[in-house]
Design a protein around this ligand. Structure first.
Ligand code: SAM
Length: 212
């Protein structure tokens, strides 16, 4: 029988500042902070694909005086994680965050969330097949506004898919802004800027399915 993951428990290493997951989180948060510093618009749209408990975006916005510029949709399938994200956003006074308990692997979940100026794709590409990882990346022009940024993560556990991931981004008009791959860790964090023409998303249709 296929192994299943408890996606609520998966978040527990965030409680330990020294964990690899916390280290990855700090890198993702640093890129979100930089992105906000670089964008001067009064309104910015963010979508988080498989948002979990929203540690990354909520953690950054909680510390920023310009958090009200951000209108975000966090798409998360596990109702326990969605509830935790809502609670965290409310505690931080973030009125611009909507947590949607939905299947982020279907275009139908993005109806009100896109086109987005920032797409968070953390903890997704390592939990789907290589074929679905490629399909997800090639679908991003349907989720992105012109000039959007995508922040993504992927393990480099052999066989390391990140060289292919980076090629796939280039193939759909993204340019790489950063690729963080600490030598003493297996995770990596990439930042890609969309230089292409957005495509409108279909009303529904599969993008990916989680493998576990
Ligand atoms: C590896 S965790 C990443 C969570 C978060 N992005 C982070 O980096 O902290 C994957 C998350 O995806 C959620 N998930 C799994 N399948 C999903 C789907 N089809 N749609 C939305 N969320 C899904 C899980 O419940 C889990 O919270």
């Amino acid at each position: 029988m296929a192994e299943t993951t408890d996606w609520h428990d998966w978040h527990s290493p965030y409680a330990d500042d020294a964990s690899a997951l916390s280290r990855r989180l700090r890198i993702v948060q640093c890129h979100i902070d930089d992105w906000l510093d670089q964008r001067s618009e009064s309104t910015l749209r963010v979508v988080s694909v498989c948002a979990g408990q929203g540690h990354d975006l909520i953690g950054v916005l909680a510390g920023r005086s310009d958090a009200d510029r951000v209108q975000a949709e966090l798409i998360e399938k596990d109702p326990r994680n969605a509830a935790a994200a809502r609670k965290r956003a409310a505690a931080a006074g973030l009125g611009g965050i909507t947590v949607r308990c939905a299947d982020a692997g279907d275009f139908a979940a993005y109806r009100t969330a896109v086109p987005a100026d920032l797409v968070l794709l953390a903890g997704v590409l390592g939990n789907i097949s290589d074929q679905h990882a490629r399909a997800t990346i090639t679908s991003l022009p349907r989720l992105c506004a012109p000039g959007a940024t995508v922040i993504w993560t992927r393990t480099r556990r052999p066989p390391d898919l990140t060289p292919a991931v980076r090629r796939w981004f280039a193939g759909v008009d993204f340019t790489e802004q950063a690729f963080d791959a600490p030598p003493d860790e297996l995770f990596s964090v990439g930042v890609h800027l969309f230089r292409g023409r957005p495509d409108s998303p279909p009303r529904s249709g599969r993008i990916f399915t989680f493998a576990r």
